[in-house]
Design a protein around this ligand. Sequence first.
Ligand code: GTP
Length: 307
Amino acid sequence: MANDSAIGRFRARLNKGDSWLTRDIGSFFKADVLSPDALEELETRLLLADAGVEATQWLVERLQADINLGRIKNEKQLRASLKKALVELLAPIAKPLQIPPFIKPYILFVAGVNGVGKTTTIGKLALRLKREGKSVMLAAGDTFRAAAVQQLETWAQRVDVPILAQGEGADSASVIYDAVQSAKSRGVDVVIADTAGRLHTQSHLMEELRKIKRVLQKHDPYAPHEVLLVVDATTGGNALTQAIQFHEAIGLTGLAITKLDGTAKGGILLAIARRMALPVRFVGLGEAAEDLEPFDAEAYAEALIGE
Ligand SMILES: Nc1nc2c(ncn2[C@@H]2O[C@H](COP(=O)(O)OP(=O)(O)OP(=O)(O)O)[C@@H](O)[C@H]2O)c(=O)[nH]1
C-alpha cells in the first residue's frame, strides 16, 4: 500500500470529489452480476480521458480475464481488479529521480515546449532538492525570450537559489557552460538548466540543444545526467507526441507531467506508460512551489479508483 499522504494528495488534486474512472460503478452490478455494458463504459471513460487505444485495450483485457475467472462480482472486487491492473501498467514508469552524491555538480536539463509549465517545474524542483539538503543553481538557458529569463529569475528569488543568466539572445550553450563552471567552483550539488521552449517540429532548435550537450560533454562525457521533458497533461495526446519526438531528437531520461490537477483527463499517464519506457519522475499538481510530487504508481492508481 502506498503511503497515505501521497494517496491523499493525489486524490484531492486529481478527482476533486468524483473519479472520472470509477464514478457510479456500483450501478454496473445487478445483484452479483456485472452488466454486459460495463467494460464498454470503462473503455469509453479511459479513451475520453486520453488513455489511448493501447493502454485502454490492455486494461480492459486484464479486467476481462478477472471476469472470466469469476473474480468480479461486486463493486469492491471491480475496484480491486482495476487497481491491480493500473498499478501493473504504471509501476514500470514510476522511477524517482536519484541524484548520486558522487556526481557533482549533477547537471539536469529541462526541456519542453512553451506553456507546458517548464519554468514553474524548475522552480518547484529547485525547492524540493533544497529541502532534501542539496545546493542548487539555475541556468537561464532559455535565452530566446527576455520574459523567460525574468520568469526564471522570479522563481529563483522565490525559492532562494542562485541563478546564472545572460541577456536576451545570449548563446544558450555558453550560459549553461558558465553555470556549470560556476557551480563547480562553488561546490554546488545540482545545476538545473532551463532550455528554450523548443517546438519539436523545429529541427534547428533541436540541433541547438544537441550542441549544448556536445559543449558540456567535452568536460564530462556523461553530462547532462538527466534530460527531463516537461509535458502538460491537459494537452492529452500532444503530450505523448512531444515525448516521443523529443526522445527521438535529444534522448530523454525522464518526464515531468504537469497540470494533473487541472484536468479530468489524467489518462495520459496510462498512454505514456504503455507507449514509452521512460521514467516519470514528477507530476505537477498545482501552481504553488510545493505542488510537485514524485510519481507513485500505487498512490496514483488508488486516487483514480477512489473510495
Ligand atoms: N494547475 C497547474 N498549473 C500549473 C502547473 N504547472 C504550471 N502551471 C501553470 O502553467 C502556466 C505556465 O507555466 P510556466 O512555468 O510559465 O510554463 P513554461 O512552459 O515555462 O511557459 P513559457 O514561459 O510560456 O515558456 C503558469 O500559469 C503556471 O502557474 C501545475 O502542475 N498545475
